[in-house]
Design a protein around this ligand. Sequence first.
Ligand SMILES: [Zn+2]
Ligand SMILES: [Zn+2]
Length: 328
Amino acid sequence: MAVTKMQGWSDFTDRLWNRLPLHLRRFIVSMTVFIMGSTVRGEWFLFWIYYRKAFGDHPTTKHASVPNGTTISPSENPWLFNLDDICLQGLGFYWLWATTVSFAIYLLSGAFLHWHFYIRQRDRASEWKCQPTKFPSSETIREEVLLGSSSLLLASSITGVVACYVMNGGKCTIYYRVEDYGWSWLILSVPVVFLWQDYLTYWAHRIYHHPFLYRHFHKIHHKFKHPTAFSAVAFHPVELFTLQAILFSPMFLYPVHWTIFVGSLAYNYYHGIVDHSGVTFEAQWWQPWQPDAMFHDNHHQYTFVNFGVNCKYWDKIHGTDKRKTRRP
Ligand SMILES: [Zn+2]
Ligand SMILES: [Zn+2]
């Protein structure tokens, strides 16, 4: 009975979905990937914080009020040290929002993408799947979701801490007015931030393939030979922290306008979902540097090739692109 009901529900949603125009369906899928990519580690909250600071909310001292306008006096402070002194006043509020929204988006968007591709179009896998004859087992998908969820908790907690720190006036090199460093630097900083994050990520990933680091940290991500979007955050906590530190590093090292920094995070996380989706998403005409999703899918399939993330040239330059089999 339950199976019949489930089948009925599945047929109903399928019919409903098929009634939508093709371009609208494609738009919804792209938006789902984008929303999942730009929220899954809690960075949506960082965007919001920068936006607030750029358009009016400028706490200039470390003693800013918590978001609801109240302040915490030292006697009420349950922590061993005063969070106010390290620009983390109201941390619980930031942490709660960063983690709960991230979880909700991760599970909802991931489930939608899974339904759209892996259930609805399973019998047409050759039309959309990077590895059309290979599907992860339900046990593997469960592991992806479990590991992804625990990693997500860590990643969104880090983002919550950073967002709280920035909002309370903590030191960083983000700036909000273009005139502070001029248009030339604003434009130049786009490739600088991109190359900085991407080249460091290439090397971090490659170093994590050193036998010792691979065995202890990176191997867990390679458990997923036929990745789905759920595995985009399925890393060992140590590796996840490394990758997040690289992505966040510009905001503590050199001047970067908040929109450029936010754009770089959104770009990175969006392609993180695309690259792990297992779907043959292709780079757009305006992204000649960007590999197709097949590039990273090949990394999961062949393990010791294609270490790059958002620039296909690093592997070509260093001779680690697909077809090479040497171990770094
Ligand atoms: Zn790897
Ligand atoms: Zn991967």
